[in-house]
Design a protein around this ligand. Structure first.
Ligand SMILES: N[C@@H](CCSC[C@H]1O[C@@H](n2cnc3c(=O)[nH]cnc32)[C@H](O)[C@@H]1O)C(=O)O
Ligand SMILES: [Zn+2]
Length: 429
């Protein structure tokens, strides 16, 4: 049994911040908030000084293609379909497990440095991604992307099933697996039926892209007579639980389906801005009780994995787009960054600082000048802070970042491996 204490820290709980608190962690869980007079320091294996820090539930990156770090700034300023078909997919044909492992490590390091404790991913060579997750100590919900219209269709189904059998609930319970049918426009009804059958067979949830662009919605309506959301609903893709990235072009009927079928949304404002996809109506989703988390999408459509930047975009862009400064307040943005993301990934005991919850905790250093003077901590976090303020990160009770330094990752090796595998990949194109 390992006991850790975070002492004298500000805690975000129940929508407010209380100062000078203590958090007790036993193994992987939060086990209490003892008062100073009850704290026996010698009872702890590790004491973390939380002076001038703010403790939050670990940040969740609800949508990523992590190894796409290798394509960071390789092909920018393009239309989504042009970008996928002419640049990304041809280059992805040359990926291998060595590249994916090295690039995943880079992505994990970048995310931990930005306060992220869990992420949802959809990519290939997911065994290598899972290995990197296991070694680094981060938490992840992994899916092997599946497209029914490419030669990899059969392999993708087989690999998805194997990934689930090999890795679901593994790595001290830090790894979960979903099935990842890529998107409506890369799949066929027959193939999607097989995905749904597999989901029922395994008891697996779905991670997909839905209604990302206006063109996608128009084409699917032309082809199938209904919106992507209505079509996926009819095919049964929401029946075992679904995490849907983007949902930018959704109408009121779509929102009703999403609410009824408990579709959880990964909102990626950075990617939606860069690819000119549009503005997802997340205020309408939240009004209907739909769970919304924040995602970066891959590093090639963002181009970083900084989830605090996504929070800042989410809290800003919808105001200008709706001409309503009240539409997404700071507190809502912080909720999406933490609890919303955790719920989007299907976690039940993550996303709050409460007794019994997993000790996934991000400590923000409030010594920067932009933290003064102090009116409202949540406003400061959403509008003034940045990810360089992240000081300490714990996942499952284990410290992964301390005083802004990695504890489980050899960062110089990660950088050189990222460069080596990038050179190798691009030499083969
Ligand atoms: N095409 C693969 C499986 C898909 S993995 C997930 C895919 O999503 C792609 N991707 C990355 N960002 C986006 C986005 O914003 N929208 C749609 N697809 C994306 C990514 O390049 C990758 O090909 C196969 O043949 O088996
Ligand atoms: Zn994506």
């Amino acid at each position: 049994m390992k006991k850790t204490l975070i002492k004298n820290v500000g805690i975000y709980q129940n929508h407010t911040v209380s100062e000078h608190q203590n958090i007790e962690i036993t193994d992987d869980k939060i086990t209490g908030f003892p008062k100073d007079k009850d704290v026996l320091f010698c009872a702890y294996d590790e004491v973390i000084d939380g002076h001038n820090m703010l403790a939050l539930p670990g940040f969740v990156n609800a949508h990523n293609h992590i190894a796409m770090t290798v394509f960071r700034s390789y092909a920018d300023d393009m239309d989504l379909m042009d970008w996928l078909q002419h640049k990304i997919w041809p280059a992805e044909d040359h990926l291998d497990g060595d590249v994916v492992y090295a690039q995943t490590m880079l992505g994990i390091a970048e995310m931990i440095r930005c306060g992220t404790t869990s992420f949802a991913d959809m990519y290939f060579f997911m065994d290598d991604t899972a290995r990197a997750v296991e070694e680094s100590g981060i938490r992840a919900c992994l899916s092997r992307g599946m497209t029914g219209i490419t030669p990899s269709a059969e392999t993708a189904l087989k690999e998805s099933k194997q990934l689930f059998l090999d890795w679901h609930k593994k790595g001290d319970g830090r790894i979960t697996v979903m099935l990842g049918p890529h998107a409506p426009y890369t799949n066929t009804p027959d193939y999607l039926h097989r995905v749904v059958d597999l989901a029922h067979e395994l008891g697996a949830e779905i991670h997909t892209h839905l209604s990302e662009t206006k063109g996608e919605v128009e084409n699917i309506k032309k082809q199938y007579g209904k919106s992507p959301i209505a079509w996926f609903d009819e095919l049964g893709l929401f029946d075992t639980g679904c995490l849907a990235a983007h949902c930018v072009w959704v109408d009121d009927d779509d929102l009703d389906i999403m609410a009824r079928k408990h579709v959880r949304v990964a909102h990626n404002p950075g990617s939606n801005l860069k690819l000119a996809s549009g503005f997802a109506p997340i205020h309408k989703m939240l009004d209907k009780g739909i769970v919304v988390g924040l995602g970066t999408d891959g590093a090639s459509s963002n181009n970083n994995l900084d989830i605090m930047e996504e929070m800042r975009l989410a809290v800003l862009v919808h105001k200008a787009n709706t001409l309503d400064p009240l539409v997404i307040p700071a507190e809502t943005a912080v909720q999406m960054l933490t609890e919303g993301g955790a719920r989007a990934l299907g976690y039940r005991d993550i996303g709050r600082l409460e007794t019994g919850y997993k000790a996934d905790i991000t400590l923000i250093d409030r010594s920067g000048l932009h933290w003064y003077p102090r009116h409202d901590m949540l406003s400061l976090l959403a509008y003034a802070a940045n990810s360089m303020d992240v000081d300490t990160v714990l996942v499952n009770g284990k410290v992964l970042l301390r005083n802004k330094e990695f504890t489980t990752i050899d960062i110089e090796k990660v950088k050189s491996e990222a460069e080596r595998t990038k050179i190798k990949l691009f030499a083969s194109l």
